[in-house]
Design a protein around this ligand. Structure first.
Ligand code: ATP
Length: 212
């Protein structure tokens, strides 16, 4: 069975960095599908600028038309804090033995040891880690406890993802795009253009609803 990719994030707002991450992961890791999981109340970072319903709507607009992309709205519909481990437990129960690959950029991976029950993630899914400008993934850059847990899991061979339902960490290179949601929020706040940094329907949605 081809693995199912999972991409969580605040998507505040969604941008082409996220979309290329999902698309390039799908190709590089031979994923059957990428499921987008916008966070409701992320506990591990600042409260999003825009509420969950708007962030979900923007994700839906951005991924519409790609048959390999689907949206999981469970976190945005829940009032409980969004923990990736809880979401993975739910998805694992539905997936049986199918490989699941939790996708993330290098910055998110470097901060993994701060996530709720992070050591449990490896029993539930693989990790697919994309390069991101400004974040080095070499093993001497990894926080010590993360390096320890990942020592026997890290690699670059996507075939490893099919050999088991969970437990590997596969790095892949994506087109470097130094786009971030923070950069977009800063530009929007000062009236600068964000055109060509995110999809047009998302830009129109932001204008229409006077977000940011
Ligand atoms: P912010 O600037 O608000 O921190 P962000 O742009 O990093 O936001 P998130 O919603 O926090 O967006 O990110 C969701 C996931 O997408 C994370 O795993 C992050 O590493 C990854 N990601 C976001 N932008 C890029 C990018 N330009 N290149 C690679 N990965 C990215």
């Amino acid at each position: 069975m081809r693995p199912l990719g999972l991409l969580g994030g605040t998507f505040d707002p969604i941008h082409y960095g996220h979309l290329r991450l999902a698309e390039e992961a799908r190709e590089a890791l031979d994923l059957a599908e990428v499921r987008w999981i916008p966070a409701g109340q992320p506990p591990h970072r600042l409260v999003p600028r825009v509420d969950a319903a708007h962030r979900l709507a923007m994700v839906r607009q951005a991924v519409a038309g790609n048959p390999a992309f689907a949206v999981d709205d469970a976190e945005t519909l829940s009032t409980a804090p969004s923990y990736t481990v809880t979401t993975l437990e739910r998805l694992r129960a539905a997936a049986g033995d199918r490989p699941l690959v939790l996708l993330m950029g290098a910055d998110a991976f470097l901060g993994l040891a701060a996530w709720h029950r992070w050591r449990d993630l490896f029993a539930l899914a693989h990790l697919g880690v994309a390069s991101r400008p400004g974040f080095a993934l070499s093993s001497d850059e990894l926080p010590a406890e993360l390096a320890d847990v990942c020592a026997d899991r890290l690699g670059r061979n996507p075939d490893a993802l099919r050999a088991a339902p969970a437990g590997r960490v596969v790095e892949f290179d994506m087109t470097p795009l130094a786009i971030s949601a923070s950069l977009l929020r800063a530009r929007l706040a000062t009236g600068q253009s964000v055109r060509y940094l995110l999809p047009d329907p998302v830009r129109e949605y932001i204008d229409q609803h006077h977000l940011y």
